[in-house]
Design a protein around this ligand. Structure first.
Ligand code: FES
Length: 268
């Protein structure tokens, strides 16, 4: 699949490099890190990801092994280049990343993987769930005003991430504290009812991606899904990130993380 994959991908420089945190912004339940990556490429493709590890205190303690790097899609790139990442502290690695302060160091490897391809048909609809909204930011920036972002969150505190989007957004929350009360797939179904000529791009938790995949399959709408997996190496060596497809197993870090929804029986 990799050999025939026509998607443009920006190749990572060899090895990891030390970058510096420039800005930290609290966004309700999330944190946005802006990282100076002067040695990295300025043109990562939306949907590609990086492996991140704090340069200091990256592990449970002095006698403990360091954590594995955490794989995060970049949210935006600006001149420098400076990369924006949006994260939620949900475990020891992301808690440490969320504690970083301006001036602290970060080991980066990337950009890795293959991102979103151009729309096959109709208008682009972007569907994001929770922290999965991050890669849709730069994708909407690139696609322009035709791309509407449909964003689902648990609550208004999580929905603060919606203000990072420069283009049109519609918000849904599970508890109804912001936007539509319900799921992002409600918003997607309503958009497809209005105009089914679309290509859908989605990133979010597995249950949400499966709902998007099934909805698009029922309606014959092309969709591209950015999947998550535990990633140890990020460049194809460990096979820790394999997922089953109709064509057999693929490694998400090299063949994804964005996969054609038509290749998947189900997102589990
Ligand atoms: Fe190691 Fe994908 S993370 S092969």
């Amino acid at each position: 699949m990799t050999v025939a994959d026509p998607r443009p991908r920006t190749l990572a420089p060899f090895g990891r490099r030390r970058a510096v945190v420039r800005e930290v912004e609290r966004l309700g339940a999330y944190v946005r890190l802006r990282v100076d990556d002067g040695e990295g490429p300025a043109d990562p493709r939306p949907g590609q990801f990086y492996m991140l590890a704090a340069a200091e205190r990256w592990g449970a303690g002095a006698d403990e092994r360091p954590f594995l790097p955490r794989a995060l899609s970049f949210a935006r790139v600006t001149g420098g280049p400076a990369l924006d990442f949006v994260l939620e502290a949900v475990g020891p690695g992301t808690e440490r990343l969320a504690e970083l302060r301006p001036g602290e160091g970060l080991w980066l490897t990337g950009p890795l993987g293959a991102g979103f391809p151009p729309p096959e048909r109709g208008r682009p609809l972007l569907a994001g769930g929770g922290i999965g909204v991050a890669p849709l930011l730069c994708w909407q920036d690139e696609l322009g005003p035709q791309a509407v972002a449909l964003l689902g969150f648990r609550s208004a505190a999580h929905a603060e991430a919606a203000r990072l989007f420069a283009g049109a957004v519609e918000v849904a929350t599970d508890d109804g504290s912001a936007g539509h009360r319900g799921s992002v797939t409600d918003l997607l179904a309503a958009e497809l009812d209005r105009d089914g000529e679309a290509t859908v791009y989605a990133c979010g938790p597995p249950a949400m991606l499966e709902a998007v995949r099934a909805l698009c399959a029922d309606r014959g709408v092309p969709c591209w899904l950015a999947l998550e997996a535990g990633m140890a190496c990020g460049y194809g060596a460990c096979f820790g990130c394999v997922v089953p497809t109709r064509d057999g197993y693929v490694r998400l870090c090299v063949d994804g993380p964005v996969l054609d929804g038509a290749l998947l029986e189900e997102v589990a």
